[in-house]
Design a protein around this ligand. Structure first.
Ligand SMILES: *[C@@H]1O[C@H](CO)[C@@H](O)[C@H](O)[C@H]1NC(C)=O
Ligand SMILES: *[C@@H]1O[C@H](CO)[C@@H](O)[C@H](O)[C@H]1NC(C)=O
Ligand SMILES: *[C@@H]1O[C@H](CO)[C@@H](O)[C@H](O)[C@H]1NC(C)=O
Ligand SMILES: *[C@@H]1O[C@H](CO)[C@@H](O)[C@H](O)[C@H]1NC(C)=O
Ligand SMILES: CC(=O)N[C@H]1CO[C@H](CO)[C@@H](O)[C@@H]1O
Ligand SMILES: [Ca+2]
Length: 372
């Protein structure tokens, strides 16, 4: 409403409006009617791209999310320990972490572009903490047992699962049967507890994308084709040109592990935002940033990992996401949330206003610098 419109509508109406708004606000506050936190489980690879770290930070620092668990679907111990370190840094030292077995000592090496750096081991070591401090990856949960425990304890229809990597653990959940946590089978437990599965993977309406083919494409096909409940897909095209992380690297707290991860991985270049956008949707729904790209139909993944949308008027519970805003605007919103999240941790110290990147690396031993 513009000021002129308000003047025209008269002082009495304005006063009435203001007092109505005030009483609505007060009664909401008085009832403690803060919107309930959304229960979220993240299933992440946290290994070959840094955007998983950004996505975890968004969820771990959002006042509208209750992060129930993080499952890691890459078997590197460093990925598992880094997940625990991030959770601890952002105030969730008790949040359980599950890990796909058998664990390995694999470290990311960019044998494709020869330009991206490794971050998981560095974050895991320097920010060690949470339920799995450095050296204790073996104490992580079996991911399927963790899913079953956390789902069985949650209210019905209350859990969103955000899948931002591969599909081993979700396939294992689908195949699971009654255990000490629940008498329900995997599909029954999912039907009872999961309100939505949000998947970063594929391309829409059809394509061939890494999360579906990059690890075990038959398990991607198993999960996508067999999941009965609502699924929302975030495709390659959604986040590829949304470049985020620059402001976090430039203006974030010096001690922030996700800022460091972006610097290690990108050498101070903003990065595509597949996983952060996926988790943003998982946390808040369509909001102002997203809309659905379809009204009906379902996604179908074949054994080699390529996917295509089957338009079927009878199926209404699967959608793919599209941006409602310009890619720059989506990136700006992620950057705002990254900075807000990073600064929400007590006792942060600002990075130097400029030259922070050089300064960060100049604190490394000279032989390490030479190796870069
Ligand atoms: C689950 O079962 C499906 C179909 O029987 C099978 O293809 C898949 O490999 C199983 N998943 C896991 C993780 O073992
Ligand atoms: C995919 O996973 C299933 C179940 O664990 C396994 O049987 C199969 O060998 C895997 N395929 C590949 C290509 O690793
Ligand atoms: C790092 O990125 C930020 C934001 O994009 C930029 O302001 C800064 O100049 C960059 N620093 C270096 C050393 O490239
Ligand atoms: C995957 O398989 C489908 C048919 O099942 C085929 O059309 C497609 O070309 C294959 N994609 C790749 C990248 O091999
Ligand atoms: C392929 C793979 O490692 N899948 C695993 C997912 O999680 C369950 C439970 O830990 C394992 O049984 C599967 O082997
Ligand atoms: Ca990922």
């Amino acid at each position: 409403m513009t000021a002129i419109a308000m003047q025209n509508s008269g002082t009495i109406k304005l006063v009435l409006l203001v007092s109505l708004l005030a009483s609505a606000f007060l009664s909401a506050a008085g009832d403690g009617a803060i919107p309930p936190r959304r229960n979220l489980i993240i299933d992440t690879d946290l290994f070959s791209d840094v955007d998983d770290a950004g996505a975890i930070m968004l969820a771990a620092t959002s006042p509208s999310v209750r992060l129930l668990a993080v499952n890691v679907n890459h078997p590197s111990s460093y990925s598992v320990l880094a997940a625990s370190a991030l959770l601890a840094h952002y105030g969730h030292p008790q949040t359980p972490v599950g890990a796909r077995r058998p664990l390995t000592a694999a470290a990311f090496f960019d044998s494709w572009f020869f330009e991206l750096g490794e971050y998981a081991s560095k974050v895991a070591y320097r920010w060690s903490g949470g339920t799995l401090p450095w050296g204790h990856a073996e104490n992580s949960w079996d991911p399927v047992a963790l899913y079953r425990k956390v789902l069985s304890e949650a209210p019905d229809q209350s859990v969103t699962i955000a899948s931002i990597g591969f599909f081993e653990n979700l396939s294992g959940l689908l195949n699971s049967s009654a255990d000490i946590y629940s008498t329900l089978s995997g599909p029954e437990l999912i039907a009872a507890k999961v309100s939505e599965l949000v998947v970063m993977g594929g391309e829409y309406p059809s394509g061939y994308e890494f999360n579906f083919w990059g690890d075990n494409s038959s398990l991607a096909a198993h999960v996508v084709n067999e999941w009965k409940g609502p699924i929302v897909f975030s495709g390659f095209e959604l986040g590829a040109n949304v470049k985020s992380g620059g402001p976090l690297m430039a203006e974030g707290p010096e001690n922030d592990p996700v800022r460091a991860a972006y610097i290690y991985y990108t050498y101070n270049t903003s990065r595509a935002s597949w996983d952060p956008l996926t988790v943003l949707y998982a946390m808040g729904g369509l909001g102002e940033l997203f809309e659905y790209g379809n009204t009906n139909g379902y996604n179908h993944v074949v054994a080699n990992g390529s996917n295509s949308w089957v338009f079927d008027d009878a199926i209404r519970n699967q959608h793919w996401l599209r941006l409602r805003v310009a890619e720059e605007a989506a990136a700006a919103e992620l950057d705002r949330l990254f900075l807000k999240g990073a600064w929400s941790v007590p006792d942060q110290v600002a990075s130097m206003e400029s030259g922070h990147f050089d300064q960060h690396f100049s604190s490394l031993p000279p032989d390490r610098l030479a190796a870069m």
